[in-house]
Design a protein around this ligand. Structure first.
Ligand code: URA
Length: 213
């Protein structure tokens, strides 16, 4: 098993293994395995989501791909030069990330999209290894409180020192953490997160990285 990405049959979280086995039986044509990070470890930007969506990343095998959340995320990434090509909800759509890597706090799809505290803590080893393997890492965008708190812990800091707020910008060791409400269908449908609010976070990251040179 790589320290950065769990193997296809990662055994660490019994509840998630049981859920995965049920999905494999029901949909043998789906990915139904831990979803690896997308993008090179040489990137300066890391985006940390929550966990694969059942019919999105868990089906396609690429973070945020086939999820409602991916429509807004990939459109925004293309808009700010963090991705090129066309997002077409398929891992073979040719979309390429630019100086960016996308991962999830929990790599397996959790029932009802809700990982337990223990599952988040168990999977954090992979997140910490992913971060440690990025020598040029300069900025982290955290999507939602669960991804935020886990990323902050993986960076070696206490979430109480870096509380989650939409639009928050905090230095944590060698990186700057930018936090955003998660781009989920629920948040966008209820107006908790508008595309403008989401874009403002990425505009701020763009300025930060451009200034860092
Ligand atoms: N898809 C992902 O890969 N991560 C999320 O957080 C949501 C949808």
């Amino acid at each position: 098993m790589s320290p950065c990405d769990p193997g296809r049959d990662c055994p660490l979280c019994p509840r998630l293994v049981a859920f995965r086995d049920r999905q494999r039986a029901a949909r043998p044509d789906w990915h139904n395995a831990p979803v690896p990070s997308f993008g090179t470890d040489n990137a300066r930007l890391l985006i940390v989501g929550l966990a694969p969506g059942l019919q999105g990343a868990n089906r396609t095998g690429r973070p945020f791909t086939g999820d409602w959340a991916g429509d807004l995320l990939y459109e925004t990434l293309i808009g700010f030069g963090f991705a090129t090509g066309t997002y077409d909800e398929r891992p073979d759509d040719g979309l390429t990330l630019v100086d960016t890597r996308i991962t999830n706090a929990v790599r397996c799809v959790p029932p009802e999209n809700k990982p337990t505290t223990e599952e988040i803590a168990t999977c954090r080893g992979f997140l910490a290894a992913t971060i440690a393997a990025m020598p040029r890492l300069t900025a982290v965008i955290t999507l939602g409180k669960i991804g935020h708190d886990s990323a902050v812990r993986a960076l070696g800091e206490r979430p109480s020192r870096v509380p989650f707020t939409h639009g928050g910008v905090t230095g944590v060791g060698r990186v700057t953490v930018f936090s955003s409400y998660h781009c989920s269908r629920y948040n966008t449908n209820t107006g908790v997160l508008t595309p403008e609010m989401f874009r403002a976070v990425f505009a701020s990251v763009r300025r930060h990285l451009d200034a860092a040179g």
